[in-house]
Design a protein around this ligand. Sequence first.
Ligand code: INI
Length: 161
Amino acid sequence: MARVIEGFLTPPQGRFALCVSRFNGFITEQLLRGAQDALLRHGVADGDIDVFRVPGTFELPGLVRRVAEGGQYAGVVALGCVIRGGTPHFEYVAGEVSKGIGQIALTAPCAVSFGVLTCDTVEQAVDRAGVKAGNKGADAAMACLEMVNLYARIAEVGKKR
Ligand code: INI
């Protein structure tokens, strides 16, 4: 019978880094709150969570790469918010952060998750930061927790059958 290997939502060994941008802080602070709350309520100790801040979402990939590759964390969560304005700036920032975090997630020695909002309006961002559409920071933290567990299980299940 085929084995199904999934990550659990139990607290793993290891620390978590929450990397958050200050730009659009009225949204990103809510994403951070949601991510912290999700980890704490799944048994991660407060002392095992570190918060790193960057000026804007564009700066997130540079930070996340250094934090993820440093080997001190089991999971890294990127939290930011890009809101479309009247110029193409949005496209560049949103494109760079999604591409950058995506590349890091592929090769990092730990789990990396993407809690960056890319919204057309402020209202869309508010809805995703703890109002109508949940809290995407909490969702990203949960995904990170699951992937930390899953990565740990790959080595485990490879040994036994
Ligand atoms: N940074 C954001 O996090 N969100 C935005 O919506 C945004 N817009 O639209 O300008 C933004 N710009 C700043 C950018 O992330 C960098 O901090 C800046 O360009 C300096 O490198």
